[in-house]
Design a protein around this ligand. Structure first.
Ligand code: EPU
Length: 439
């Protein structure tokens, strides 16, 4: 696929598209298949690059993966799990954080695991300290080698533990679940993340034979079992992709029906969408997102862990907020550095200032640490076309929305990155009447 998309904007997106399983669940369920003694079948799997990356990683570890991309089915047979070469994992995984989640299952199956040092600069400020801490808590030995990455061993097996997360990290909660289910004895996790994708992972693990209870106040308890079978499961829908198309409908003054979008996981987004002035209709098979005409309203918004407003919804919505009347304030409390994408929006005419202070809400852990993690957006400002480069997955999709909303023709480079998490986005753009062309 060529990597520059020419977008002639200024026309509303109108039509219907379908969203399949959640990227941030599917990849973890695929890792869970390593824990089983029999074949697992996962349905509603989207055709995105992240799924290809994890399929490749599983294959490198001896899992046979069969895919029917049209039906969206993956069949994974873990009978011959084996260690992979670090260089192969490294070359294959790129900047993906999934290799770290293979550790628990591999320690149970093989007694050791190798992973590239994901804490390196390649992925900037996204550390893996919680993950390594958790593995140590279960009794694993973690050895860091500057050249060869991280070697983790569990010569005496893994034992259940009590652990409290400093922050309810999604990945660290998954790390603990994937390790605890087959560890000896009981494990208790406090301050756990409880995102819907984690609940679906727990459902998968229960199908495999695990004993897990989710108690009030972010406490998860697991009783280790000695064997798990495969699973048969249909992935929950991708609420980030659904919200992205909803934001695109709002920013372009259009109307997009997202088949497959589900209300319960999107309630917080829908509340904000309505406050901004968007309208929606929920049916059994999806959600129709609409710009009802008239003025959009500015808002004060804070991202948070579930059930708060997702950090991944923030970037697409900010584009729509450039069209709202008055001053909107967005306080990002999950990642310290997620407003880089606003540089391109400013170039396109948006009025956005970023601040180090915690604006508009409760002080967060980034407040005293010099991170530009609050944004003030003043609108409405007409957007004009520009040549822009996609910085990351969500920021990139937001640039695309901005180009679709802008008058004139924009060239968006590095567009391939969007394939990591948005299935057939070019086909969907065409179905919604966008004027786009790869050049
Ligand atoms: N954190 C640490 N140490 C760790 C792990 C996390 O300090 O060892 C910090 C992070 O730096 C961040 C915060 O904890 O400030 C939350 O990170 P979390 O671990 O929850 O994120 P993640 O598991 O790495 C997943 C999604 C992200 C999504 C976040 C938050 C996957 C593959 N990724 O990341 O999705 O933003 O949860 O919901 O599930 C995306 O889809 O584009 C994406 C980035």
């Amino acid at each position: 696929m060529k990597s520059v998309l020419r977008v002639t904007g200024g026309r509303p997106l109108v039509g219907e598209i379908t969203v399949r399983g959640a990227k941030n669940f599917v990849s973890k369920a695929m890792v869970a298949s390593l824990l089983g003694t029999s074949t697992s079948v996962l349905r509603n799997v989207p055709q995105i690059n992240d799924v290809e990356i994890v399929s490749g990683l599983l294959s490198l570890h001896g899992v046979s993966v069969e895919s029917d991309p049209v039906a969206g089915t993956l069949t994974m047979d873990p009978s011959n799990v084996d260690l992979a070469r670090l260089a192969d994992i490294d070359a294959h995984a790129g900047s993906s954080r999934i290799p770290i989640l293979l550790c628990g299952p591999l320690l149970h199956r093989l007694g050791e695991a190798f992973i590239p040092d994901l804490g390196g600069c390649r992925i900037g400020d996204r550390p893996i300290n919680y993950h390594l801490d958790i593995l140590r808590e279960f009794g694993a030995h973690v050895e860091k080698h500057s050249e060869t990455g991280i070697h983790i061993t569990a010569p005496n097996g893994l034992e259940g533990t009590k652990y409290e997360l400093r922050y309810p990290s999604v990945g660290a909660t998954e790390q603990l679940l994937l390790t605890a289910v087959r560890a000896e004895g009981k494990t208790e996790l406090r301050n756990a993340a409880i995102e819907p994708e984690i609940m679906d992972l727990i459902a998968v693990l229960q199908k495999m034979g695990a004993l897990i209870s989710v108690d009030t106040d972010r406490v998860i308890r697991i009783e280790g079992v000695s064997e798990l079978s495969g699973f048969n499961h249909t992935a929950l829908s991708d609420r980030i992709e659904s919200a992205s198309w909803g934001a695109a409908a709002l920013a372009t003054g259009g109307e997009v029906t997202v088949k497959g979008a589900t209300q319960p996981e999107m309630m917080t987004f829908l509340n904000i969408f309505r406050k901004v002035g968007g309208d929606f209709e929920i049916s059994d098979d999806g959600i129709r997102f609409m710009h009802p005409g008239g003025k959009l309203n500015s808002i004060v918004l804070e991202t948070d862990v579930h059930p708060g407003f997702m950090t991944d919804w923030q970037q697409p919505l900010v584009v729509a907020l450039t069209q709202a009347y008055g001053l909107s304030i967005v306080h990002e409390t999950v990642y310290e550095n997620r407003f880089g994408f606003t540089d391109a929006l400013r170039k396109m005419g948006a009025h956005i200032q970023v601040y180090r202070e915690c604006l508009g809400g409760t002080p967060c852990r980034f407040g005293q640490r010099n991170f530009n993690h609050s944004a003030v957006i003043s609108g409405p400002t007409p957007l004009k076309a520009a040549d822009i480069t996609v910085p990351d997955l969500r920021g990139g999709f937001s640039h695309l929305i901005a180009a679709l909303a802008a008058e004139g023709t924009s060239n968006v480079s590095g567009i391939k990155l969007i394939n990591r998490g948005y299935e057939d986005f070019l086909g969907k753009l065409a179905a919604l009447g966008a004027d786009v062309e790869m050049v």
